[in-house]
Design a protein around this ligand. Structure first.
Ligand code: AMP
Length: 287
């Protein structure tokens, strides 16, 4: 079922709850690919009913970001969701989510603003306000759908940590489930933004996963010094790579480390052909 209205979703979910069924939510911005489908699969395994939200959220994009050109493929998304056994696709308009004609600034809208440390490190350094926009829309979706479980990808590891923090701090009654990163055979992490890349760009984009895999293997061979691990990246970089950050931090708290350990995660953001790509890897062997 494709719903555009909040009230339609509420009514259907309320029916389900009366029958004692559990509900899972998979928040997405559409342009669905196998990464999203892995979240849907996990949701289907965990819950009786699955809702996928399909909404390109304007308030998580900065003024110079790709909101207007972000791929919108609702018909194809609907087909994939039907095949995957999704019960509701919720694809609201921005007016439905934020009120008609509402100016999307925080002098009008109540925003969820996680603590400075979480939102101003890593991706937050270059994307001011991004995680406030993410948390605001995610909390709204939680209030609309009232899911028992919500499913997020490790692909956006910082996002999952921040959403967990919000849920914990605000006592939101939902369980957050993180799902592993789905990659192409080449190693490239699937992303809706890969659509912007040429074939050549896709090859250059492999540097991200190569850098991360190499850091992991160096760590597991005994190199623990974070600076030494980060320096191993240089051999993969060319003038096609515009590196934004490469950090090794605590996988639960995002705190910096001087010495890597089994709780470390390496995260990278890099532009290729002007497309901002992110990826990450846990350093512990087997994770
Ligand atoms: P997006 O539509 O990009 O906002 O992503 C919606 C959800 O899908 C987020 O929780 C992402 O982390 C997750 N996701 C995106 N790409 C992947 C991937 N390659 N593997 C697993 N999950 C992903």
């Amino acid at each position: 079922m494709l719903f555009h209205k909040i009230e339609e979703v509420r009514a259907k979910v309320s029916d389900w709850k009366k029958q004692g069924l559990t509900v899972g939510l998979v928040p997405t911005m559409g342009a669905l690919h196998a990464g999203h489908l892995s979240l849907i699969k996990k949701a289907k395994e965990t819950c009786d009913k699955v809702v996928v939200s399909d909404f390109v959220n304007p308030i998580q994009f900065g003024p110079s970001e790709d909101f207007d050109k972000y791929p919108r493929t609702l018909n194809a998304d609907e087909k994939l969701c039907d095949e995957a056994g999704v019960d509701i696709i919720f694809a609201p308009s921005a007016d439905e989510m934020y009120g008609e004609g509402q100016r999307l600034s925080n002098d009008i809208l109540t925003y969820v603003c996680p603590p400075f440390f979480y939102v101003n490190t890593l991706c937050g350094k270059s994307r001011t306000g991004h995680f406030d926009g993410v948390c605001t829309v995610v909390l709204k979706l939680f209030n609309i759908v009232q899911p028992d479980y919500a499913f997020f990808g490790q692909k956006d590891a910082q996002q999952v940590i921040i959403v967990r923090k919000m849920v914990n701090d605000l006592n939101v009654p939902v369980k957050i489930v993180q799902c592993p990163i789905v990659r192409e055979d080449s190693g490239l992490a699937l992303s809706s933004r890969n659509k912007y890349l040429t074939d050549e760009g896709k090859k250059d984009a492999l540097a991200l996963s190569s850098i991360l895999n190499n850091i992991k293997s160096c760590y597991n061979k005994g190199i623990k010094d974070v600076n030494a691990l980060k320096e191993t990246a240089y051999s993969f970089l060319t003038d096609k790579h515009d590196m934004e950050y490469l950090e090794i931090v605590d996988k639960n708290t995002l705190e910096d480390k001087k010495t890597a350990d089994d709780d470390s995660i390496a995260l990278i953001a890099c532009r290729v052909e002007g497309v901002r790509l992110i990826d990450n890897i846990y350093l512990k062997e087997g994770e």
